[in-house]
Design a protein around this ligand. Structure first.
Ligand code: DOR
Length: 425
């Protein structure tokens, strides 16, 4: 049977708001909400929480010469196992994505290996062919480095200004890595926090707001402090993304020179982490900044270690554990991991209503603990070991089962292109 034509029913789903009904999926969409008719397969959901699957709009899938860290197969299996069916790949690859040809090559590599849907962002460097990448199908532009990071060189203020202007004229979304880096000895997590301070993050955001062409669509990546969030929201000039590592980890709870917790922007103090949670309602998007580096690469002196934490597989499970304890609502998790990223990027949203993209993750009503041996990422480590998570039992993508009880199933993932895409003749 052609599985794309299969009619699948999720029976007795509790929709947020209280209604219990069946969801019929066919042709990649929700075809009916309410009592179901004929179906090829029925999944009984009275014991599960059925959630529109996530879009992780900030992942580094690596591959190519960095395939030892991650490749499209391991990275997208990791995404599926964490309830994510769309990943948006960042362009600071080797080589960086700076032309339409490189972007298309990257998409073709992904198309061969990926287990979930994917989009590719365009790199923003001084000599990047922004228009060529928009036409080739770039989803968004960036992360654009206003401060340097692993595999990313910072643009000067003038170059940033002109890139934002050009991207505005292409009607593109600019995603920004906002940091200021001070000189000094970078030998502990606390020092890393000071050298890439929250004040520097806020100043970088303010600088971007000053230079941005009016009407630009701006998205601030991985914001790590409450003061920066307040700055952005009071001016209403950009959407706000926060990572799970800034919400769930602080450097106070790590060994002082633990390279695994080295990330840009840095983990902050515990009091800062708590203040970030107080801004929960102002956060538009939770994205993982999945930045896998191997154990070997992290096993070097602190100042030499690459920055980055893997997290695409644990992001929604960590949030679902918070839902489980009643600390946040399921509706908020759906909004910040699925609906809002879809709206900001212009991707069709997944959801319960007829016509919507039929991507769902089915979660148990009990939590478990995060264990590295259960994770698919090639990184081979997680900073969340032994923390509580609620992992999906099953994930459905375009109306087909793509993950079932620990096994990823190869379906036919889609390359989701940006709005500037022009098909080649
Ligand atoms: O810690 C980070 N690692 N921050 C970034 O912005 C880039 C990332 C990477 O690519 O490893």
């Amino acid at each position: 049977m052609d599985l794309t034509q299969e009619v699948l029913v999720l029976r007795d789903v509790l929709i947020p708001g209280g209604r219990v009904c069946d969801i019929t999926l066919s042709g990649g969409r929700v075809s009916h909400l309410g009592a179901s008719g004929k179906a090829d397969t029925i999944y009984r959901c009275h014991d599960t929480i059925v959630v529109p699957a996530g879009i992780d709009m900030h992942v580094h899938m690596r591959d190519g010469v960095q395939a030892q860290k991650e490749d499209w197969e391991s990275g997208t299996k990791s995404a599926l196992a964490g309830g994510v069916t769309v990943v948006v790949d960042q362009p600071n690859t080797i080589p960086p994505v700076t032309t339409g040809k490189i972007l298309q090559d990257r998409a073709h590599l992904a198309q061969e290996q990926a287990y979930c849907n994917f989009a590719i962002n365009a790199g923003v460097t001084v000599d990047a062919d922004l228009e060529g990448m928009a036409r080739a199908g770039a989803m968004a532009f960036g992360e654009t480095f206003a401060g340097p990071s692993s595999y990313g060189e910072a643009l000067s203020r003038d170059d940033l200004k002109s890139a934002i202007y050009s991207i505005r004229n292409l009607d593109g979304l600019v995603t920004l890595h906002a940091e200021i880096v001070h000189e000094g000895q970078d030998n502990t997590l606390a020092a890393h926090d000071i050298l890439r301070s929250t004040a520097g993050e806020r100043q970088a955001v303010q600088m971007i707001q000053e230079i941005a062409t009016p009407g630009s669509r701006i998205h601030f990546c991985h914001i790590s402090s409450a003061e920066t969030i307040t700055t952005i929201k009071s001016k209403e000039t950009g959407t706000i993304e926060v990572t799970p590592h800034h919400l769930f980890l602080s450097h106070d709870s790590c060994t002082p020179d633990d390279t695994h917790a080295k990330v840009n922007p840095p983990l902050r103090k515990e009091c800062e982490r708590k203040r970030l949670w107080e801004c929960w309602s102002k956060i538009d998007v939770i994205a993982s900044d999945h930045a896998p580096h191997t154990l070997k690469e992290k096993s070097v002196p602190f100042s030499d270690a690459p920055s980055g934490i893997p997290g695409v597989e644990t992001m929604i499970p960590l949030l679902m554990a918070e839902v489980h304890h009643g600390r946040i609502s399921l509706t908020d998790v759906i909004e910040k991991t699925s609906t809002n990223p879809a709206r900001i990027l212009g991707i069709e949203p997944a959801g319960y209503q007829p016509g919507m993209r039929a991507d769902f993750a089915l979660y148990p009503k009990t939590s478990s603990t995060i264990q590295v041996e259960n994770l698919f990422s090639k990184a081979g480590w997680t900073p969340y070991e032994e923390m509580e998570g609620v992992f999906p039992e099953m994930v459905i993508m375009s109306g087909q089962v793509a993950y079932d009880q620990g096994a990823c199933i190869k379906t036919n993932p889609t390359w989701i292109k940006g709005r500037g895409y022009i098909p080649e003749k």
